[in-house]
Structures are given as C-alpha cells and as structure tokens.
Write a protein that binds this ligand. Structure first.
Ligand SMILES: Cc1ncc(COP(=O)(O)O)c(C=O)c1O
Length: 374
C-alpha cells in the first residue's frame, strides 16, 4: 500500500519546478510514491504524530545543555562510529540481560528499519507487514528496492492468520508492530513465536510504543534468547519524550548488529545526538513518569469516546483510533477548524488522536462535541 499524501511537500510545490524532466530520471519504481506527509501545522493543539506532550523539565534541559557543552570541544573530530557507550546505556535500560553487542542505534527507528531493509531486504527480496500498520514499513521497503507484500488483519485488528500469511509469502523480512500503529492493539507473544517459527527470514517486532502498553503486556525482548532471526526495535521518540533527538534502537543477536555495520553510513550518529540521548537516558525517570499519566489519560479517553457512542479500538499505545464516520475528512477538518490537529489515517472512516496533556485532551473533546453535536 502506498501511503496517501496528506499535504503536498513544499519541495514539490515550487512554481519553478522542472519536475517532468527530473521525474523521467527518477528510478521507475519510485515514481508512483508520495513522501511521508503527516501535516506539520502551527495550530494550538497538535495531537497527530504520537509525541509525548510533556517537554523536558528545567533539570533535564540543564542536563542536556551540559552534555552538549561537554562534547562541544570535540566536534572537530568524528563521533564514536559504533556509539558504544550509548549502546551500553540502552542495553542497561532494556534489561533482559542484554549488552552493547546486542543493541544498535540510529537516527530514529525509521533509520533502524531502513538499515535492516538495506541489509536483509533489497532487490529480489520481499518484506511482509499486516495492514493497517505503520505506513513507513512499506515506504522504506520500496525505497530500498524490497518488494512489499501487504498482509491483512482480523476484523478486530488481531493477527490470528499472520503465521499462515508468512507461510504463503515466504518473506525475507516480516514486520509485526506491537502495539500497532494506528490501531493501538498489541500482539500476544505466542503469536510472535508462531510468526517466528513460520518465517524463513528476519522477524522485526516494532515496539515503538511498548512503554505505553497496559500492565501485563510483555515485550518481545523476552523472546530474544535462542531466536537469532528476531529483532525488537524501539525509539526514544515516544515514551522518552525525545522525538526531536532522533534516536531509535534495536535489540537482536550480535550477528544482526554486525550485519548492520555493513550498511550504516560511517559516523551516522552525531556526537551531539549521542550526548543528548545519553543525558536523556540518565534522567529517564522523569520522562518515563509521564507514561503512567498518559496511560491513565488514554484509558479515560477511550471510555469517554465509547460513552459518546463511538467505536474505539483497544489501545496499548499513546493514541486512540476511533470512528466510524461516514465522512472522516469532514470530522478531521471540523476539529482543525477548532484548532485541534489529529491524524486522518487508518481504516476507512476511522481517525487517530494522540493522547496529550489534560488541557489538550479537553480541547479535543470539546471540539469533537461541538463538531459532531455529541
Ligand atoms: C510503529 C512506529 N515505528 C517507528 C516509528 C518511527 O519513530 P522514530 O523514527 O521517531 O523513532 C513510528 C513513528 O511514529 C511508529 O509509529
């Protein structure tokens, strides 16, 4: 599935564009694609890209500033190419007996995914995902020349047929997103084991939202021992409240990490990125404390939406998928007209709202009540 363009890229809107001439030079397999396009609009309430709404405290800002000042004098040199200290910190955060050799980091989990597909996908190879899911999985697959196989989900967005689909497609890479974006649903470990046993290649469990899962939802990190083809990807963009830092990471067998060294660009993670990420990890108690509040507010939002007659998918993430609207574009626009930006994505008729601060959640509810006459 090609992600739909939500806003034209400013790069393609130029009246001076010599687009046709350049388009003819573009790789034919990229010509039909649209750039990732979640709108970045300057409106009072932004609940469309699943960020943590709480900005760093003064103490954390000082720690980050101190970390940057501490490395500023070294910026004439390239960074640690293998980001060893950062990987140790991340392994320590993840637990499960992991060490730096089993952890890899890059500029956001999007880059982690790109590196995985560069190394294990590519021309003549196939990646499979179960849609609706994260729209960058198919896009990065196609950009790396990997054929995308669009798998499906059950009516309640579950994955009871995932292993059978894996057997049918024999993909080189399988993506299982848990909790899934945009549905918010998480995948039981038994199902991930089934997918792993059925898969001939790499199984990537994208756990970008793992920290928001309801109590008792285990991470696929527990499945890593003895499964060298299993990869669990994570990000600091969500629970860690560090989307601007651009730091994603994975845990896997050391052989997977070694393979990624072949495709990563030299010095891909800047000294500043590594320093800021390490400062945020050292002060993680503070951003992670917001997760408990966001989970509570998410559950309240689900209850509120259901109480107003809407259908809501169970959510283990920091967003909620709700509907079902005959004209979801009109609802999205109605909210935007009231200063609330949510995401027009997911199955037909559904919309996705990120859980914000209590004031932002109230603004969302007010706007929806007004627009829908609830
Ligand atoms: C499921 C999923 N994976 C990965 C990402 C990418 O996150 P980042 O590149 O910021 O780490 C996102 C971002 O929204 C996501 O929803």
């Amino acid at each position: 599935m090609t992600p739909a363009p939500e806003t034209p890229s400013p790069l393609t809107a130029s009246p001076m564009s010599t687009g046709d001439a350049v388009r003819g030079l573009l790789r034919p397999d990229l010509r039909h694609l649209h750039p990732y396009g979640a709108p970045q609009l300057d409106v009072p309430v932004q609940l469309n890209t699943n960020e943590n709404p709480y900005s760093p405290s003064d103490a954390l800002r000082r720690a980050i500033a101190g970390a940057v000042a501490g490395v500023a004098g070294t910026l004439n040199r390239y960074p640690d190419r293998d980001a060893v200290d950062l990987r140790k910190d991340l392994a320590d955060y993840l637990g499960h007996g992991l060490g730096a050799p089993q952890v890899w980091a890059a500029n956001g989990s999007n880059e982690v995914i790109q590196q995985l597909l560069q190394a294990f996908g590519g021309p003549g190879r196939t990646a499979l995902g179960f849609e609706p899911s994260y729209s960058m999985h198919p896009l990065i697959s196609q950009v790396t020349g990997t054929r995308w196989a669009e798998g499906s989900r059950d009516a309640d967005y579950g994955l009871s047929t995932a292993a059978a689909q894996v057997r049918a497609h024999q993909p080189d890479v399988v993506f299982v997103t848990s909790p899934n974006n945009p549905t918010g649903t998480s995948v039981p470990l038994a199902l991930i084991e089934e997918v792993y046993d059925a898969a001939p290649g790499l199984v990537v469990v994208d756990e970008a939202y793992a920290e928001f899962a309801r109590a008792g939802t285990p991470s696929a990190l527990a499945l890593l021992p003895g499964r060298p083809r299993l990869v669990v990807s994570r990000t600091m963009s969500k629970a860690f409240a560090a989307a601007g830092t651009r730091l994603g990471y994975l845990a896997a067998d050391p052989a997977v990490v070694e393979a990624l060294l072949l495709v990563r660009l030299p010095y891909h993670l800047s000294t500043v990125t590594q320093a800021v990420a390490r400062a945020a990890i050292a002060h993680r108690d503070e951003p992670l404390a917001t997760v408990a509040a966001l989970r509570r507010d998410r559950d309240d939002l689900v209850t509120w939406l259901r109480g107003h007659g809407l259908t809501v998918a169970d959510s283990d993430a920091n967003f909620v998928l709700f509907g079902v609207f005959a004209d979801r574009d009109a609802v999205w626009q109605g909210l935007l007209d009231r200063g609330v930006l949510i995401r027009n994505t997911g199955p037909r008729g559904w919309l996705r709202v990120t859980v914000g601060t209590p004031a932002e959640n109230e603004a969302f509810k007010r706007a929806l009540k007004e627009d829908r006459d609830l």
